[in-house]
Design a protein around this ligand. Structure first.
Ligand code: CMP
Length: 147
């Protein structure tokens, strides 16, 4: 069944110039890119995006990281897009990914458990919420960079 997921290249991926390489991996893996934009998160909207992690000890570090520069978000579409994109990016901890999943995107461009370069929605529910967050809220409130 065709589904959509929210894929994000985080600030370290954008500043490290991995956008083209990652988009190449996306397209060769059979995803269609149905929307894309470069967005700057601020403390308020990063906190909102990661609301369910707000009680974690690493939350302040996460918000600082996610607001350190623009992120590139994409709506990816294909059969089984949610699970397939998460398989392609690999484990959360990029340091481990380099050992256990050397072909994964996090092995390519991530550093550790925080600086892990990319994000993927983990369920249908979060995919809908995250797509609406970026292509509804963030878009309409003008946090998008012009080309
Ligand atoms: P992601 O799974 O995309 O969304 C939550 C993010 O929080 C995760 O990527 C990491 O960037 C970060 N994160 C998750 N677990 C930890 C942890 N134990 N320590 C530090 N950062 C974490």
């Amino acid at each position: 069944e065709t589904e959509r997921t929210l894929a994000m290249i985080k600030p370290d991926g954008v500043s490290g110039n991995y956008m083209d390489k990652i988009k190449e991996r996306v397209l060769e893996s059979g995803f269609k890119i149905r929307g894309e934009m470069l967005v700057q998160l601020d403390e308020g909207n990063a906190t909102l995006f990661y609301a369910e992690l707000s009680s974690k000890s690493f939350f302040p570090t996460l918000v600082k990281y996610m607001t350190s520069g623009p992120v590139f978000v994409m709506v990816l579409e294909k059969a089984n897009a949610i699970a397939d994109w998460r398989a392609l990016i690999g484990p959360t901890d990029a340091k481990k990914a380099k050992i256990t999943h050397p072909e994964s995107i996090r092995a390519l461009c991530g550093t550790d458990i925080t600086l892990n370069c990319v994000h993927g929605s983990d369920s249908h529910k979060s995919a809908s919420r995250e797509i609406a967050f970026f292509f509804g809220t963030m878009f309409s409130t003008g946090h998008v960079f012009s080309p």
